[in-house]
Write a protein that binds this ligand. Structure first.
Ligand code: FES
Length: 258
């Protein structure tokens, strides 16, 4: 006989489940003592709550309704042993357990899925890598700084982008301006053009204009740099003006909080 726990729940016969009307004579019930979770002995009885408790992972089984698990990881009820009282007044079992005792092999995959689901839930959306990065970040606090930085780059309200546009156009202005300085000659002296742009060949012009034409047609990437410088300048001025107009106009407090 498998390990069994015998409990007197009441003074009269009662039914734990439909079909078990004769299994608990004089209020005695008997259940398998082998936990249906991982097989620990379910040895603790909470009399007031009428619960059998497994000390391993705190599964709790209600003895009055067929030991259905009320709490914990046990996947199914404890098997109940059918009892009867013989003619001499001894308590005996009507038969063996009607179900397999202990952790059933049929619930192994179910439990594995439960376990995997719990593990995935604990790991969060980005899995093991995300958790490791999270833990690393808890120590380094990079995300907090990064968040503030990213909030500045991508603010909540689009109008805050105007300042950014002005800033980035100014940077482009600086870089392209330095490039153009290397080739532009700021002189108003009159020279005769003999460069690679044939339509102007032999024309008299200022040295500044000649160097500009040279920049556009003889220097690799020169025309692109001139155009970038030109448009960055326009955008910079436009963005600055609109940005100042926005800053000096009344804006809802929620937007200002940014
Ligand atoms: S073995 Fe009983 S709850 Fe885990």
């Amino acid at each position: 006989m498998d390990q069994t726990v015998l409990i007197r729940v009441s003074n009269e016969a009662f039914t734990t489940m439909k079909g078990r009307e004769t299994w608990a004579p004089h209020g005695y019930v008997a259940y398998s003592k082998v936990c249906t979770h991982l097989g620990c002995p379910v040895g603790l009885y909470e009399q007031e709550l009428q619960l059998l408790v497994c000390p391993c992972h705190q599964s709790m089984f209600n003895v009055t309704n067929g030991a259905v698990p009320q709490f914990g990881p046990a996947p199914r009820p404890l098997p109940q042993l059918p009892l009867y009282v013989d003619s001499s007044g001894y308590l005996r079992s009507q038969s063996d357990y009607h179900e397999a005792v202990g952790p059933g092999f049929w619930s192994v995959s179910e439990r594995r899925h439960q376990h995997q689901a719990l593990e995935a839930q604990a790991l969060g959306r980005y899995g093991r890598v995300g958790k490791t990065l999270d833990e690393l970040d808890d120590r380094l606090g990079v995300a907090r700084g990064g968040r503030t930085f990213m909030d500045k780059i991508f603010p909540d309200h689009w109008s805050f982008m105007l300042g950014e546009i002005a800033l980035y156009s100014f940077l482009i202005l600086l870089v392209t301006g330095v490039f153009l300085t290397l080739y532009f000659i700021p002189s108003s002296a009159i020279v005769t053009y003999h460069g690679s742009y044939a339509p102007l060949d032999g024309q008299k012009m200022t040295q500044a204009f000649a160097s500009t034409v040279n920049l556009s047609f003889a220097v690799r990437g020169g025309l692109l740099m001139r155009q970038m410088h030109h448009w960055a300048c326009d955008i910079f001025v436009g963005a600055i003006v609109i940005h100042m107009a926005r800053v000096s106009s009344p804006v809802p407090s929620a937007s200002r909080a940014n």
